[in-house]
Design a protein. Structure first.
Lengths: 282, 310, 250
């Protein structure tokens, strides 16, 4: 078996505040090949922190520790910040939730795209511009010239997110971490953007970590799903076998969603057991 | 968030002050106040500023106890004694008046200036600004042009005009400062109001049938308060310096009042040989201004809603 | 008909900046029923709710409650008849007011008596929060708790019609289920009429007997729950919304 793309063992993320220590992630372990892995959890589950830890984007007072965190065999924990910067963006990329907040509002799209290129390699201005246009076409933007000249606020949510994806894929990374990439989008636009992401991930043989609160969406999009609760993984399951989920939290999450065609007057609600915080993963 | 270490004490007054289950409005306000105090207390510079401000207030209240002489008694035998002289640890001025005592009594004047301006100008500016921002349209137009007019007045010129009209004196200096200090508060309040006005909680209270006065005073002003309080503390330094400047020019306090600016003015004749006569009050002004600035910076870090916990 | 909306038009701005947010929308809601407005962003669904309250300017059209045309939130009688629960639990409660203040204020505005008891009833009996929440501030509450307070606030004036603007969109799935159950119970207990807006077809289907799909400010079609369940929809847009609610398909 070839080396996994990402190996995480016993990841802990702690925040040290004057009065107490807050543990956002408590002993998370998983491996990732060139596949689509979904990390699902509600707010406070630690899913976002897990994604950010891989890129070492957690700043003090946050503290990241793990027994092992390796990307393509490279130990991420012991890397200097300079070396990490070389990996960040070029080999591991991140797409975040709202393009309004992740695109620079005072720069046009074109310069933002070419800046991404300049940082990771470059080439002549003509080459970079041609690549930028090609990337925009790859994310199915029909009028790439116009978008290059536009400012972020002039684009719709879906288009902004596609630009984000284009920007993050420019350096041709091996691993993409997507943190709620479609949560801010309309439901029909969501599916379009996901289709584009799906095609790109498949055609480039990339690994994808898809962090989301939407279990159903993740289950239909990813190959494997990790369910997180209170900083720990409570279930790891193949996406197409979600209905066979064993942990009561996962079952509860599935059951509590309203569905069209059902006839339940009262939705089942989660009764959170204290034991879910502590017991080992099944 | 997941399990964490918990240091909350079980019983006692600290438990009451950090309780997350307040039992009354008063209790809830105390808890919020205490938590804000704790956050402020972690900033040692802000604490230094607070100590200086409290020292000023203490000095003003206990002036008769702290001073060694009255501020007016002259002793021409002991003119221009340097600091460290027996009986006059900060020295004496050209009339033999003890500098320490004059500083101490002068703190009362400084405090009076600061208090009067701090109470009147921001309040007036707040009312104008929130009304302007909330009603918009013609009201906004008129009030903002009024604000612009007052903003255009340089304080010194206005002070001169008032002195010419009403005669010199500390009260007129305060009036001049207050009249030129309110416009920035109006602008800040207006900007905050325009942002706050769009919020759902304002829509909700309008939908309950609240009238504009209730909305402005009860809902909008509390949101502007942080910015205003921070601005006031940071402005204090400027106000003190302006009053001192007016005193220096002879437009504010009149001799023999121990107002610090006036003391610098009369001391400048002796600046080279008996430097302490002008420098001691100058240092006092510097320390107090610094104190207010440090406190203001610290308050901003604590009160700024942007840095408040969500 | 408890609430009747006829040929409603809402326009913002003028000239070049003119936006026709709602175009010729009509629907009726019977008493004690729940009516849903479904659409994506820009569909005008939230604007319709705001127009009913008077928070958005009505360019033309008629809105009537119990057959009588409404006057908007400036009329004290209207305000005691219609209330709204807003979308963002983080934005709909005043950050500097405790829960007690937020709930007492409407009572103070209308000079109602027995305030202490009413607030307690709203907090404990209606929305199921215990007394310890009374003097807390919004930043000390979770999203679900804030939304409960917002619901309590909407109910404290004892309205007949409750407008719900995406009340659970910002909440976690498990908390959403609790809040939806709460709303169902309250509708039964207080005999309320709901008009609910959401982008989530499944939520609307669960809560509402009838619904209307909107797009770009216009009505696409009106359906009832049974039709949705059978996928018996007339318009392509509705079909695409239904399909989207099933998740990603490769």
């Amino acid at each position: 078996m070839s080396q996994p793309l990402l190996e995480v063992e016993d990841l802990h993320v702690r925040f040290h505040t004057p009065t107490r220590v807050v543990e956002a992630v408590r002993g998370v372990s998983f491996t990732l090949g060139r596949e689509r892995l979904g990390i699902v959890g509600e707010s406070g589950s630690g899913k976002t922190m897990t994604g950010r830890s891989v890129l070492r984007l957690v700043r003090p007072p946050g503290e990241v520790t793990a027994r092992r965190m390796a990307f393509d065999g490279i130990d991420l924990l012991s890397l200097s910040e300079r070396r990490m910067r070389e990996i960040r963006g070029s080999r591991i990329s991140m797409v975040m939730q709202d393009p309004k907040f992740s695109l620079n509002p005072v720069m046009r799209i074109g310069p933002q795209l070419t800046e991404a290129m300049r940082v990771h390699g470059g080439g002549s201005r003509k080459e970079m511009r041609a690549r930028a246009l090609a990337m925009l076409e790859a994310v199915q933007i029909r009028d790439p010239e116009r978008v290059m000249r536009a400012y972020p606020h002039e684009l719709s949510g879906g288009m902004g997110q596609r630009v984000m994806i284009a920007m993050m894929l420019v350096p041709d990374p091996d691993l993409l971490i997507a943190d709620e990439p479609t949560s801010a989008l309309d439901v029909t636009v969501q599916l379009e953007v996901l289709k584009i992401l799906d095609d790109l991930v498949a055609s480039r043989g990339m690994g994808l970590i898809f962090v989301s609160h939407d279990l159903e969406l993740v289950a239909t999009f990813c190959d494997r799903v990790l369910v997180m609760y209170a900083g720990r993984i409570v279930e790891e399951i193949a996406a197409d076998r979600l209905s066979e989920a064993k942990h009561p939290y996962t079952q509860g999450l599935i059951d509590c969603l309203p569905k069209i065609g059902e006839d339940r007057a009262v939705l089942p609600t989660l009764r959170r057991e204290a034991s879910w915080r502590e017991e080992p993963v099944a | 968030m997941a399990v964490q270490d918990d240091h909350t004490p079980a019983v006692g007054s600290r438990a009451w002050l950090t309780s997350d289950r307040p039992t009354s409005r008063w209790h809830a306000r105390c808890v919020q106040g205490y938590l804000a105090w704790r956050r402020l207390a972690t900033n040692w510079l802000a604490m230094l500023g607070l100590i200086i401000v409290l020292a000023l207030i203490g000095m003003a209240i206990f002036a008769p106890l702290l001073a060694t002489y009255t501020p007016f008694e002259q002793d021409l035998q002991s003119r221009l004694l340097p600091p460290g002289s027996p009986g006059h640890f900060l020295g004496t001025d050209e009339f033999g008046r003890d500098l320490w005592s004059r500083i101490v009594y002068g703190s009362r004047i400084t405090l009076m200036i600061v208090a009067l301006v701090a109470v009147t100008a921001p309040l007036f500016g707040l009312i104008i600004g929130t009304a302007s921002g909330y009603f918009g349209g013609l009201v906004d137009l008129v009030l903002m042009r009024l604000t612009d007019i007052f903003l255009a007045f340089p304080r010194l010129i206005l002070a001169l005009a008032l002195v010419a009209a009403l005669g010199p004196g500390i009260e007129n200096a305060i009036l001049a400062i207050a009249l030129t200090a309110w416009p920035p508060y109006a602008r800040v309040a207006r900007a905050e109001t325009i942002t706050v006005r769009q919020s759902d909680y304002i829509a909700a209270v309008r939908l309950q049938g609240a009238r504009p006065p209730r909305i402005i005073f009860g809902h909008i002003m509390p949101m502007c308060m942080s910015s205003v309080i921070i601005r006031v503390t940071l402005d204090m330094a400027g106000i003190i310096l302006t009053a001192a400047g007016l005193g220096f020019l002879g437009l504010g306090a009149q001799p023999p009042m121990p107002e610090w600016g006036l003391m610098i003015s009369s001391g400048r004749k002796f600046l080279f040989d008996q430097w302490w006569v002008a420098t001691v009050p100058g240092l006092a002004i510097f320390i107090v201004s610094l104190g207010f600035n440090l406190l203001g910076d610290g308050l901003r870090d604590v009160l700024d809603p942007r840095s408040a916990p969500k | 008909m408890k609430l009747a909306v006829e040929d409603l038009n809402v326009t913002f701005g003028s000239g070049q900046d003119r936006v026709d947010a709602v175009k010729d929308v009509s629907f009726g809601v019977e008493a004690n029923t729940s009516f849903g407005l479904v659409g994506e962003s820009g569909s005008g669904k939230s604007t319709v709710l705001r127009a009913i309250c008077g928070l958005a300017p009505v360019a033309s059209g008629r809105i009537a409650i119990d057959g009588r045309p409404v006057a908007g939130f400036r009329d004290p009688a209207f305000v005691k008849q219609v209330q709204m629960v807003f979308q963002d639990p983080y934005g709909s409660l005043h950050p500097r007011h405790s829960v007690d203040r937020t709930l007492s204020e409407p009572l103070a505005i209308h000079r109602m008596d027995d305030r202490h008891a009413r607030v307690e009833r709203a907090l404990i009996d209606d929305v199921g929060l215990d007394a310890s929440f009374r003097y807390r501030y919004p930043h000390q509450l979770s999203g679900g708790q804030r939304q409960r307070v917002a619901i309590a606030r909407a109910l404290i004036l004892e309205p007949e019609i409750l407008l719900l603007d995406e009340p659970t969109s910002a909440l976690d799935a498990s908390v959403q289920a609790e809040v939806l159950n709460l709303l169902m119970r309250l509708r039964r207990e207080h005999e309320l009429t709901f008009v609910m807006v959401s982008h989530d077809l499944a939520v609307i289907n669960h809560m509402c007997e009838r619904l209307m799909v909107m797009q770009h400010g216009e009505t696409v079609e009106e359906l009832n729950r049974a039709a949705l369940a059978d996928h018996a929809v007339g318009q392509d847009y509705t079909r695409s919304l239904l399909k989207a609610s099933e998740g990603f398909q490769r």
